[in-house]
Design a protein. Sequence first.
Length: 167
Amino acid sequence: MFSKSKLNQPGGDADKPKQPGTPPSSAPATPPSKPAGLELGAGASAMKPKVAPSTLSSDLVIKGDIKTTGDIQVEGEIEGNISAHLLTVGEGAVVRGEVVADDIVVNGRVIGRVRGLKVRLTSTARVEGDIIHKTIAIESGAHFEGAVQRQDDPLGGKPAAASKSDS
């Protein structure tokens, strides 16, 4: 119905000299670029910048729990529970406690329960504890002592096995 004429806009056809017999320009005008994440319909997650993974170096010893919605690369020694989105336990790392993450890659040692949607034990992994997972991959050479249980929601609060109390 209505259209905006380019004749009155700066840089439009009105600024260009017309030559007889030349058809009007059919190249579309390029809109000004928008910063990423500002398109219509973009949710709040599109507005957040991508955060780099946290790296806990090999000379670091932590006693206490760690909780993040981001990614963690552990190269040192942790005595406590870890909760993350992606957890990578390096070859020289030792974790004593429960680890819970969407995606877990163990190259080093974990002493405690492992709960994740995707759990991968590489050939250098040593796990002493139960693994509760949705999908699991265990490479040849990995050392594992414990029970493995598949659950559709391994991150849920419900324990893997109901324990009886002595009351």
